[in-house]
Design a protein around this ligand. Structure first.
Ligand code: NAG
Ligand code: NAG
Ligand code: NAG
Ligand code: NAG
Ligand code: NAG
Ligand code: NAG
Length: 462
């Protein structure tokens, strides 16, 4: 784990101060604690002081030690199971122990708990599978001791007790819907339900939850359109809906909402990469494994400037690569594999000084592999260009092939083994292929002018 990278990724959530005061006891101060180190997804808000920049979609809350040095893409497999919930709720339960009294004789520690009791019991009756026997603990008036339920004082009354957070991560519960449950919990701030078997759509009524800060329903069976109820929910800071079956378009407004994290990967979203990505302030954003179409906007350098993993793989992106992808200075991983990108590789990639994994495999890229890129990128461990239409590889890049770093199999390089059949290459080049702003392909923004000419273009093969 590179602690410096984690440190760089520290972000302050001052905008959520009021929620901090909701769920934080006075000892809750900024602690350099990164989410990927098993932060508990419950009411300890100090854990939220840091987030890791990540475009990949494989950070799982509670996925344990996670390194950005090793490429874990594509995030195709379901996320690993989460950490067990913490042993102690922030505030010890104050209600009497579970009782077998009939519902109308139950005594609740607070009116707020009495209100949510029937809602929880109703949801319990809708649970279709519970292999871990979680719901057996959902009995009696002491809701704060139910497995998965956590209480705290609501923001506007420090002497009250309310149901503040839910952590069902990994409980394997099945239910046809969360409607009538999540949307009816007025004091809920955190709802985490990754790796369950919940389905249905997300109720528009969640828009009325005044404190909802984190919503994680990843790795379930949700379907339908993007849950537009979250648009304009200004308490929301963290939205994780990856590994579901959401379809249609993602409303562009979500990219400019004040979110810290937005995980959309592994759904069936179909749309152009939104133009407003460049004005997004989201710190963690994952788009891989959907059906994003259109070209990579030149604003990508602004949108993703702080990300260590820029993962756009397995979409349907088209067009040429903007030189601005060379401005993704923090990138350790840049993966645009398996799209329909065309044109040459920009020399500006030579500026990605930290990059370890560069994946362009499975596109329609052509031309020469820029020698300056092979020369400058000292940290490169895996540079995959396989299944494209490159024709030219110079001596510096060839030495990377020898080292097992560069992979140019199944291209059109005449004197290398394992290339496409000649006819396939001829067919591809029978169509003229142009990119706009051709001069920018040799522009190397991090180097003095003329640096690129130290690596002259290679002669085209006959
Ligand atoms: C909250 O988390 C921080 C960082 O892990 C820890 O130091 C602190 O003891 C936790 N507080 C509670 C009340 O669990
Ligand atoms: C759940 O309860 C059933 C019936 O009481 C029992 O057979 C099973 O072993 C329990 N499973 C777990 C994981 O505790
Ligand atoms: C506290 O906030 C809740 C939810 O917004 C509201 O229903 C309740 O009336 C408020 N109570 C006080 C004392 O302000
Ligand atoms: C705060 O909550 C407590 C416990 O529910 C209640 O008795 C008290 O009236 C509430 N205060 C206000 C101002 O609503
Ligand atoms: C999830 O639900 C589906 C159908 O509703 C079922 O086929 C599948 O086995 C369930 N998976 C788990 C892990 O419970
Ligand atoms: C290099 O990256 C490609 C694309 O992500 C992957 O398929 C391949 O297995 C990697 N090679 C090594 C040696 O890690």
């Amino acid at each position: 784990m590179r602690s410096s990278d984690s440190t760089k990724a520290l972000v302050s959530f001052s905008t959520f101060f009021f929620l901090l005061s909701y769920l934080c006891i006075p000892s809750c101060v900024a602690v350099a604690f990164s989410l990927h180190e098993n932060s508990s997804p419950v009411t300890n808000y100090s854990n939220r002081q840091t987030l890791e920049f990540d475009l990949g979609g494989h950070r799982r809350r509670g996925s344990g030690h996670r390194s950005h040095q090793k490429h874990k893409t594509p995030p195709a497999a379901p996320p690993p199971p989460p950490v067990p919930p913490p042993q102690v709720p922030l505030r010890p339960p104050q209600a009497p122990p579970p009782t077998k009294l009939p519902d109308n004789q139950l005594v609740f520690a607070d009116q707020r708990l009495k209100i949510v009791y029937p809602i929880i019991q109703n949801f319990k009756s809708l649970i279709t599978s519970d292999p871990l026997n979680i719901t057996k603990t959902w009995v009696g008036s002491n809701i704060c001791s139910y497995k998965g339920f956590y209480c705290d004082s609501p923001p506007n009354n420090s002497s009250a007790i309310a149901l503040a957070s839910i952590d069902f991560n990994g409980f394997q519960l099945g239910a046809p819907s969360l409607d009538g449950f999540l949307d009816q919990l007025p004091d809920i701030a955190l709802f985490h339900a990754n790796s369950n078997n919940f389905s249905g759509t997300v109720s528009p009524a969640i828009a009325n939850l005044p404190y909802l800060y984190e919503l994680d329903i990843s790795n379930n069976q949700f379907s339908g359109a993007f849950p537009s109820a979250v648009l304009g929910m200004n308490t929301l800071g963290f939205l994780d809906i990856r590994f579901n079956f959401f379809t249609g378009a993602v409303p562009p407004e979500i990219f400019t909402q004040e979110l810290d994290a937005l995980f959309l990967n592994n759904n069936n979203f179909i749309q152009n990469l939104p133009d407003n990505l460049g004005s997004s302030h989201i710190l963690l954003l994952t788009l891989a494994n959907n059906k994003f179409t259109g070209s990579i906007p030149s604003g990508i350098s602004k949108a993703f400037a702080s990300l260590t993993e820029v993962l756009l793989l397995n979409n349907q992106l088209t067009g040429c690569l903007p030189y601005e992808i060379g401005l993704l200075k923090q990138a350790l991983v840049l993966d645009v594999g398996n799209n329909q990108l065309t044109g040459p590789l920009p020399f500006s990639l030579a500026c990605l000084e930290n990059v370890e994994q560069l994946n362009f495999a499975g596109n329609l890229l052509h031309g020469m592999v820029p020698e300056v890129v092979c020369h400058e990128l000292q940290s490169l461990e895996n540079f995959s260009l396989s299944d494209n239409y490159f024709t030219n590889v110079g001596p510096i890049c060839r030495s990377l092939i020898g080292k097992g770093v560069l992979d140019v199999t199944n291209n059109c390089v005449p004197d290398l083994p394992f290339q496409r059949p000649v006819e396939e290459c001829a067919d591809f080049f029978a169509h003229p292929r142009f990119c706009p702003f051709m001069w920018t392909y040799t522009y190397i923004p991090c180097k003095p002018p003329g640096f690129g000419s130290l690596f002259p273009p290679l002669p085209l093969p006959p």
